[in-house]
Design a protein around this ligand. Structure first.
Ligand SMILES: O=C(O)CCC(=O)C(=O)O
Length: 323
């Protein structure tokens, strides 16, 4: 009889580092067979946009002779239209979907959250182009962006570079161990990022720079403060960040309720019966792995695209001040 494949797990030392420090750099996690299709899918999008801009006379060259990390940098020296168009979670092709449901990533998450696994549409593609202000992301905890109901939930982020990421091209920095405390006060900056002001960052830890070679990932706890600075090289620092949680935490994934399963409810005295819509209501969650609802798992990228397109944006609780 065929044995089921062994799950891909963190070593006990890696698990301890993640639990104690709130972050973990994992090398040699995703090989070219996984990343190349993602890069090809993104390159195809860059190419289509470039062709259009070129035909419209808005780009002087297609810069086709440049590789993945340099082409968009060259284009962006003329226009940031393409970087902006593909930034964030706008792409929903097969390779990106397959990366989100990569079994290695899911195995590692499952070991923390159990087998009913929700992937969040809040994935972000970040082509951090050289010397471009929007690429720098101020100190924040991912929980700052999530609903207060999920402050204590575990939402795991895999930050995955598609090129070697280092201090020079703007890899992430973290404040270790800070995930043991509460969600820190954030405020909205004009350009749309949340920031934790310096005075509100825990003073007992020193920031740690987290270079990650291509093929690796930085695993982040949702309450670990992190920051990234400008890219000072001449090439794009391409990365994606993917997020996962248990189906027992608030989710807008269209999943059935299991017998006896309670939906998490609001704890506030003002609205004790309020059922939180999701940890991040503006985007669509989906079931990415399940033992108990296996027929509800999203396995097709077109369905993934549909769920995201049809999602009705619901705002997050406005708990932070605005600039
Ligand atoms: O990729 C970056 O530079 C920032 C990423 C980030 O802040 C995040 O994944 O939450």
């Amino acid at each position: 009889m065929n044995q089921p494949p062994k799950p891909f797990l963190l070593s006990p030392a890696q698990r301890e580092q993640f639990e104690t420090e709130g972050y973990l750099v994992i090398e040699n996690l995703l090989d070219d067979a996984v990343l190349d299709p993602v890069i090809a899918e993104i390159s195809e999008q860059v190419d289509q946009h470039a062709q259009r801009l070129y035909e419209e006379g808005k780009l002087s060259s297609l810069y086709e002779e440049y590789d993945f990390s340099h082409r968009l940098a060259m284009i962006s020296s003329e226009t940031d239209v393409i970087a902006k168009a593909i930034w964030g979670g706008t792409l929903n092709g097969e390779a990106i979907f397959n990366l989100i449901r990569n079994p290695r990533l899911l195995d590692m998450v499952e070991a923390f959250t159990g087998p009913e696994l929700i992937a969040s549409s809040v994935y972000r593609l970040r082509p951090k182009i050289p010397n471009y202000n929007f690429g720098a992301v101020p100190w924040h905890q991912d929980s700052g962006y999530f609903e207060p109901f999920c402050d204590k939930a575990l939402v795991m982020t895999f930050w995955i570079p598609l090129v070697d990421a280092n201090e020079e091209n703007g890899c992430l920095w973290v404040l270790p161990r800070s995930h043991h405390s509460e969600v820190l006060p954030h405020r909205w900056r004009k350009e749309g990022y949340l920031v934790i002001d310096e005075k509100n960052l825990p003073a007992d830890q020193q920031p740690v720079c987290c270079p990650v070679p291509k093929g690796g990932a930085l695993l982040l706890h949702n309450r670990i403060p992190h920051v990234s600075y400008e890219n000072k090289t001449d090439a794009v620092r391409w990365s994606m960040d993917l997020r996962y949680q248990s189906a027992a935490s608030p989710t807008n994934a269209p999943i059935s309720k299991l017998p006896g399963e309670q939906l998490p409810r609001g704890s506030s005295a003002a609205e004790p019966d309020y059922i939180p819509p999701a940890c991040y209501p503006p985007e669509a969650d989906f079931l990415v792995r399940s033992k108990l609802r296996s027929n509800e798992v999203v396995t097709d990228h077109q369905q993934f695209a549909r769920i995201r397109d049809q999602h009705i944006n619901r705002p997050v609780t406005d708990r932070w001040s605005h600039e």
